[in-house]
Design a protein around this ligand. Sequence first.
Ligand code: GZL
Ligand code: ZN
Length: 328
Amino acid sequence: CGMCVVPTVGVAAADDTITVGFSQVGAESDWRTANTESMKSTFSEENGYNLIFDDAQQKQENQLTAIRNFIQQEVDYIVLAPVTETGWDTVLQEAKDAGIPVIIVDRMVDVSDDSLYTAWVGSNFKLEGQKAMAWLDAYLEAKGRGDEEINLVDIQGTIGASAQIGRTQGFDDAVEAHDNWTTLAQQSGEFTQAKGQEVMESILKQSGDDIDVVYCENDNEAFGAIDAIEAAGYEVGGEEGQILVMSFDTTNAGLTDTLSGKITLDTECNPLHGPRVQEIIEKLEAGEEVDKQAYVDEEMFAADDTVTSIKVDDADYEVTTITQDIID
Ligand code: GZL
Ligand code: ZN
């Protein structure tokens, strides 16, 4: 009903353990599940922590409620995985007034004053998009399709999330740079399989025969899109006449689809923030300085070795051909 306050799990801890309040986006994707697991296994009791975990079911108002609960419970640290970038200034000011350091993970917050958070650790989402599209450029060239008219579909993530903003930016900039590339459709799949399938179905109805590439902004959307594409009688894959599906997150299921060739490129987005946040908290406990922002390194996995390295802004990135033992 939205009125009931979801009871936040957790109890007040003995005074020598560190109590961490973690406001998580939700459980919309495999990536999110791995991210939650990383935080829970790092901030375990046996590791000397008391973790109070809250799942906001992808609603910002639930995250605001959770943070206010953490403040009332006088936690030692607040960790926030923000669902979208804006709307955090007031609640972060309340945490600051309460003297509770806030660590942002994964997506960014867009705040008027960056002293409202102590540190951020996550991915460079625009670079992820640039890398993926640089691979597509090289892949099509290698396949002799560099001058062909290419029609692309972008199934976007949750609108306003940093991962969506950055990956869409990488997509749009690359399409802009190629006069033989056209964006047929660009719509949010909300980072979920169900919505990804629904959006793909409606786009296929409008222009199925014209689609060359589907750029999914996470694996779960790709799973849904692939089901829709195959149900409509088209083939997914990197060859002419097939629909090339590319994705992000490199979840186990995503890499399994890359191994089978259903996904042609999966660009990593590393979910294992637990250890990184722990390092920040331990430094803060020791009174040491921490970096304001820390990007995680991320790789790319392709179904075949057509392209083994790409360049973005004079930096080189390796493209790994997926094998079963990488997935295990
Ligand atoms: C990316 C993260 C995104 C994942 C999606 O760091 O914010 O949110 O790519 C998840 O799977 O929903
Ligand atoms: Zn090009």
